[in-house]
Write a protein that binds this ligand. Structure first.
Ligand SMILES: [Zn+2]
Length: 503
């Protein structure tokens, strides 16, 4: 046996290896680590919500308008009710003839799971609508232009309907209850005097109208609504009203909504804010697409020939540590390379390792590359004559693994011109997850860097587990809420149970 194969046969992946990266993400995924590292906060603005709203993307070297276009396109490509994440990248090829505006725009799509067969035709159709809007951008008030906008909105809502329906229904009872409480609590004078009160009431009223419209188009059970509701003449006006109220409320600042949480303490404005953010997401994206098509700077994009390409890479098997001891060794190695300020107590390591070996009793897991990393892999391993646009639109904020990939890749670039950006990260750890291959840098340097970022964050997390354990001990009481360790065990159990149901 050669020295090389001996190393490969060890049950614990070596620090800095791709398998160590995979194992760390598996470990983080059951701990629900939500430490958002400051490095993604630096280049992008985001809220902690995992779904995106079109809002300012702010980083040197990113063209904001293009970034918003790509994020909006990613959002409107989603159609499944759940678990669908889509990323989109772009590459522009100008024509050699300067007076000729033709040339080619290539849009590259990737998803976490298989994309529907019709996605390409759908995107081309949306693009055609945008082309017409761009062509008539100086005649906004003509009925044709309005018809064109409505046609595009209807097309998008039809595609997105399963997801939209799920979003609208998610907190229906809470939203209607809040509406009723607001109605009882405020007076006409309040509405007249305070912008935020007016915006909140308008938003809730539009939402109630939407629910009524859904009831009118109900087919079968309570949550079954015909997709034809989007062609109802009242649908788009209601959504316009809802989006406008949410947008104005947002411009006043989120706190103006949350101040209602103090006055009506039986209602969670935090959850409702996220809820309305998601309900209006598609409408905001449509508004963004309309605005780009009419932009004096970007409308020429729509004179180019559109080419849609879908990229995918096969899922691969990841071998996780095979025993509790192997997990403990992996954690030890992680801590050694991350060097937390205080040593972590052995009990914490042992109980974490035990939870991990229970959760991942299947040692081998099929893992796919997340969609934004698929596009990064494609863009950095293909020889393009003209570099793709350095921003990748995604329908959701990135997970911790993907954020570590983009940050590591960008740090290894000497020139800013070769970096790639996304909207940002939500700070959660996801597994199954597979490390992409990247071009333009040594894969080994890249893997090492991703590993050390994740190791640092994981060590940080273990430190908080250790702290919460010791404080629970010193108080000498069994708190009803449980320690972080209890929660981790519980989560491991619950996840295992879910996996069994799905299998
Ligand atoms: Zn990810």
């Amino acid at each position: 046996m050669t020295a090389r194969s001996t190393t490969a046969a060890l049950p614990v992946p070596a620090a800095g290896s791709a398998d160590a990266v995979h194992a760390l993400l598996a470990a983080g995924s059951i701990a629900n680590i939500s430490l958002v590292s400051t490095e993604h906060a630096r280049c992008v603005s985001y809220d902690l919500d995992t779904t995106l709203l079109p809002q300012a993307v702010d980083s040197p070297g990113i063209d904001k308008k293009t970034a918003r276009l790509l994020d909006a396109l990613a959002a409107i490509l989603v159609s499944r009710a759940q678990h669908e994440v889509i990323a989109i990248g772009a590459q522009v090829q100008h024509s050699n003839n300067l007076s000729d505006q033709s040339g080619k725009l290539q849009l590259v799509l990737a998803a976490n799971a298989a994309l529907p067969q019709t996605i390409q035709a759908y995107l081309e159709e949306v693009w055609k609508c945008m082309q017409l809007l761009a062509e008539h951008r100086q005649q906004l008030r003509l009925p044709e232009a309005k018809d064109q906008c409505a046609r595009m909105a209807e097309l998008i809502y039809r595609h997105n309907f399963p997801k939209f329906l799920r979003r609208v229904g998610k907190r229906e009872a809470a939203a209607l209850r809040f509406h009723e409480a607001m109605q009882n609590h405020i007076s006409r004078e309040d509405v007249l005097q305070y912008d935020s009160t007016a915006a909140v009431i308008a938003m809730l009223t539009s939402y109630s109208e939407l629910i009524d419209l859904f009831s009118a188009h109900q087919v079968g059970g309570k949550n079954e609504v015909s997709v034809d509701v989007v062609s109802d003449p009242n649908f788009l006006p209601i959504m316009d009203g809802l989006w406008l109220a949410f947008r104005l409320l947002r411009s006043l600042g989120e706190h103006s909504f949350h101040s209602w949480g103090l006055r009506l303490p039986d209602h969670s404005t935090v959850e409702l804010w996220r809820f309305f953010n998601k309900v209006t997401l598609i409408h905001g994206s449509i508004a963004e697409l309309e605005s780009v098509a009419r932009s004096t700077r970007l409308y020429r994009l729509f004179q180019k020939k559109l080419v849609v390409e879908i990229v995918d890479y096969p899922r691969k098997r990841v071998t996780l540590p095979t025993s509790k001891d192997a997990w403990a060794t992996l954690i030890d190695t992680t801590l050694n390379s991350a060097q937390p300020l205080k040593p972590i107590e052995p009990q914490v390591i042992q109980s974490t390792a035990a939870a991990l070996s229970t959760r991942f009793s299947d040692k081998s897991v099929l893992c796919g590359i997340h969609c934004e990393c698929k596009i990064l892999q494609r863009f950095t391993t293909t020889a393009y004559k003209i570099k793709p646009i350095n921003y990748i639109g995604v329908s959701k904020l990135s997970c911790t693994g993907c954020a570590a990939v983009f940050n590591s890749y960008n740090e290894l670039q000497n020139s800013r011109d070769h970096r790639f950006y996304t909207r940002g990260a939500h700070g959660k750890w996801y597994f199954p997850w597979f490390l992409p291959e990247v071009g333009g840098v040594e894969q080994i340097d890249f893997t090492n860097r991703v590993y050390s970022k994740l190791a640092g964050q994981y060590a940080q997390y273990l430190k908080t587990v250790a702290l919460s354990d010791s404080s629970a001990l010193s108080e000498g009481s069994q708190e009803a809420s449980g320690t972080a360790k209890d929660w981790m065990r519980l989560r491991a159990k619950a996840l295992q149970n879910l996996d069994k149901i799905k299998a």
